[in-house]
Write a protein that binds this ligand. Structure first.
Ligand code: GRF
Length: 212
């Protein structure tokens, strides 16, 4: 049996996607990885208490009023301390710098509440995504889990799930609909898929080093 991949989940708010990951781990559908750390850039958010309720180490590194470099240095040393191998952005409302992202190639994933490449990129976050989808009149939207690269919402797609837009939908109702019927389903699935890939790569690297 391979050791589970060490996961850190980065959050900024309610943490319902974090909860979906915690529940999936408890149910065994995430078994190739283990959530070792939850980090919020905002103090006092519900996501932090969800982590402590689940007995997961929770930390807050406030980003307000701090330079991006200082924030990311603190974050990187916390991640190193916990030997983190995969970073999951679950409602993390801060853009990470290209330098930071390059430290974790194909090891950072993000959930976005639309079908990328629609309604994504700079300025498309939270309710704004759903407002834009409704203003356009789309009949189908959904959620996407993707790798994070230097382009906002521009990394390779891992999983997507469509959701129908119902009559009389508001941005708030659409947000809830997309979360329940897409985000909370595909984020744990994608997380397990990526952990499995990382376990395989680790095994290959260790058998290669033994044969040298
Ligand atoms: C989700 O809609 C996620 O897709 C977006 O921010 C929201 C976070 O919700 N990036 P929560 O904190 O997981 O409840």
């Amino acid at each position: 049996m391979s050791e589970p991949i060490n996961i850190a989940v980065l959050v900024s708010g309610g943490g319902t996607n974090l909860q979906a990951l915690i529940d999936a781990e408890a149910a065994g559908s995430i078994h190739s990885g283990k959530i070792r750390l939850v980090v919020s850039n905002k103090p006092g958010v519900r996501a932090l208490s969800r982590a402590t309720d689940a007995k997961i180490e929770a930390a807050c590194i406030p980003s307000a009023g701090v330079s991006g470099d200082v924030f990311e240095e603190k974050l990187a040393s916390l991640l190193d301390e916990h030997h983190i191998e995969l970073i999951v952005l679950a409602g993390f409302m801060k853009i990470l710098s290209a330098d930071f992202i390059r430290r974790y190639p194909d090891r950072i994933i993000n959930i976005h509440p639309s079908l990328i490449p629609s309604f994504c990129g700079d300025g498309f976050y939270g309710l704004k995504v759903h407002e834009a989808a409704l203003a356009y009149g789309v009949k189908v939207t959904g959620a996407t889990v993707h790798y994070v690269n230097e382009i906002t919402d521009g990394g390779k797609i891992i999983l997507q799930k469509p959701v129908s837009v119902r009559k009389g939908e508001t941005p708030e109702s659409l947000q809830a609909h997309v979360m329940q019927n897409a985000e909370w389903i595909i984020l744990p699935k994608a997380c397990e898929m990526v952990c499995r890939r990382l376990q395989t790569e680790k095994k290959q690297a260790s058998s290669k080093s033994k044969s040298e």
